[in-house]
Design a protein around this ligand. Structure first.
Ligand code: PHE
Length: 343
């Protein structure tokens, strides 16, 4: 029996020595020293031994088991190290390879222009407001003195969702919303956002474009306050040498109403193709808030007055950067957009 054990030990160690697979090591372990392994099988015959022999064989069996276990552990460590080294070698990173270029984006040119205008008005003490793009007929028209059937509605044909819901045609509903939310308090706000009209798209029209609304309400606000504000805006946006002029116009929600033009930079006011030979370029609509609009929003027109204006950042960006077609803003051609990285 002792011979058998020694032989098993040699056999196991021999197998351990020649293998180079961790799986095989596991198999050897099960085969020799596992619960149903060869050594256990041999020891089953212990009953036949004499009382003197038994402890000797028992001890030998333990030694054999331990020796095999040691060999297994040493070999296992060795094989694991080889495997790890191989893995490390395979996964070596070549730090000298050039990296993949990360392209960093930048704001869309319209966003930059809107932010520039926002900064300017924040400097004048205005707050930035927002309003919904899906608007009610009431705020888009009625609260602005454009009752149902009013002919001026036709100038702003819209995308209706229901009879009472539409995509807003201008940012002016935010005037009414802002006043409604307050109770005879002074207001200085601008509201940038997207607006929609059922225009057919061409170089100067898009069914979706942007506007910035301005609203100033307080006691004793006069037309000269409007003009002064717009003058500061025009000079900051287009250059100190720009002149502005207010031209009488009509909007149902302002009285009097005026359109603001700036002097043409290209020809210095003499007349050229950019300004259609007039020397002036139209920039925005404005006026003193109609008393009915104030009243409908809960403001007392005997005490409060104010002005409002609405401009199109698309048009402003086109003038400022010499862009010839409004559709370029929305076509997502990166070759176009990339030009305004520093804008
Ligand atoms: N809402 C007008 C438009 O879209 C512009 C405007 C705003 C005019 C505020 C006067 C006052 O044409």
């Amino acid at each position: 029996m002792q011979e058998q054990l020694k032989q098993l030990k040699n056999e196991a160690i021999e197998k351990i020595n020649v293998t180079d697979s961790l799986d095989q090591l596991q198999e050897i372990q099960v085969e020799y020293i596992g619960r149903k392994g060869s050594i256990t099988t041999v020891l089953r015959g212990m009953g036949k031994l004499s009382a003197e022999e038994r402890p000797i064989v028992g001890q030998l069996a333990n030694e054999v088991r331990e020796a095999i276990q040691n060999e297994l552990s040493t070999k296992k460590e060795h094989l694991e190290k080889i495997e790890l080294d191989k893995k490390l070698a395979e996964e070596t990173i070549d730090v000298t390879l050039p990296g993949r270029k990360v392209t960093v984006g930048h704001p869309h040119i319209l966003t930059s222009v809107i932010e520039e205008i926002e900064d300017l008005f924040i400097g004048l003490g205005y707050e930035i407001k927002e309003g919904p793009e899906v608007e009610t007929d009431y705020y888009n028209f009625e609260a602005l003195n454009l009752p149902k059937g009013h002919p001026a509605r036709e100038m702003q044909d819209s995308f209706y969702i229901t009879n009472e819901l539409l995509l807003r045609t201008h940012t002016s509903p935010v005037q009414a919303r802002t006043m409604r939310a307050l109770d005879n308090e002074p207001i200085r706000m601008i509201c940038p956002g997207k607006v929609y009209r059922r225009d057919s798209d061409d170089a100067t029209h898009s069914h979706q474009f942007t506007q910035i609304e301005g609203l100033y309400v307080d006691k004793n606000v006069r037309m000269s306050d409007l003009k002064g504000t717009l003058d500061v805006f025009a000079k900051k946006m287009f250059g100190e040498d720009r002149e502005i002029r207010l031209r009488p116009s009509f909007f149902p929600f302002t009285e009097p109403s005026a359109e603001m033009d700036i002097s043409c930079k290209t020809c210095g006011g003499k007349g050229c193709s950019v300004c259609k030979h007039s020397g002036w370029i139209e920039i925005l609509g404005s006026g003193m808030i109609h008393p009915r609009v104030l009243e409908m929003a809960g403001y007392d027109p005997e005490v409060y007055s104010g002005f409002a204006f609405g401009m199109g950042p698309d048009r402003i960006a086109m003038l400022k950067y010499g862009i010839d077609d409004i559709r370029r803003f929305y076509a997502n051609d990166v070759r176009f957009l990339k030009q305004f990285d520093e804008a």
